[in-house]
Structures are given as C-alpha cells and as structure tokens.
Design a protein around this ligand. Sequence first.
Ligand SMILES: [Zn+2]
Length: 171
Amino acid sequence: MLQKTHSIAGFISAEIVLIAQDINIFSLDTAGALLLGCLAGTLADVDKPGSTMAKVLFPLSALLHLLKIKHRTLTHSFIFLCLIVVLTMPLPPLYFWVFLTAYASHPLIDLLNERGVELFWPFSFKIRLLPKFIAIDTGSVSETVFRWLLLAVSLFIPLLHLFPQILQTHL
Ligand SMILES: [Zn+2]
C-alpha cells in the first residue's frame, strides 16, 4: 500500500484510541495523537528502498538493507510489534496506544495486498487475507477505492462520537 493509505489507517487508529480514552477533541493531545497516528502508520515501510520512510530514517533503512532484510518481513512482523511495545512503553498511555495501534494498522492493511506479509518472520511464509484476484495491489485503482473508504471511515468516526443521537435517529 502507498504511504498515504497507511497514513489514513494510522489516523483512524488514533481516532479510535482518542475515543476509547475519552480525550477532549479540541485539545493539543488530540492534535498530537492524530499526527503521531499518521506518522506511525507509515513507519513499517522503512524496509522498502526508496520509500519516504526509508529516506527519512536513512540510518535504519541502510542497516536493514545491509542485513538483507526484505520488504514486508521483519518490520511487518509480530516480533517487531513486541519490540515496539517495549520501546514505546515509557510514553504516556495515550501516545503509547496511538503509536502501537497505528504501527499495527500497517501490517494489518498490508494483509490485503496481493503479495502478503511475513507476519511470523523469521518464518518465511506469507499471509494474505484476500484471494489474489481481489487482493489490492500497491498503487492500483482498488487501492484508491480502499483509501477513499478509509477516508470516509475517518470522517464518520468523529461524527458518530460527537453526534451519536443524530445518527441513531437517522439510521
Ligand atoms: Zn508495508
């Protein structure tokens, strides 16, 4: 998936955590959490040569390249998610959960990609949720449709939270 698709998935993750923790929507914490969600959602692609994250986090992407770590392996795996938990533990709870869920949203939506993800790296079998003929290829029309769906969800979540009674009467 493209970086913008992962950013929206990270944004949605942050929205869900903000609602779960009952954070005031008009606060600095909300702005910080949404920004963190957008960034953390794209982080796993530091393993993809040429990606924005690989450029931004050059020392890390160079190290992964040197170690011959392939795309959608280590940084998209459960084992790395455990490492993220340990590394982000010192963060305040709101930012910890936003970072963790936004990061996890990345391999989760990559499971819809036709190439699959090595979730259980270092075991090299790939997991894919959709059959190949409907799987979402990176940069394809189906990814654009999927991104618009995510965008709709990202707008719907705050509406549902702010105006639950209005939606209940209209649905
Ligand atoms: Zn990825």
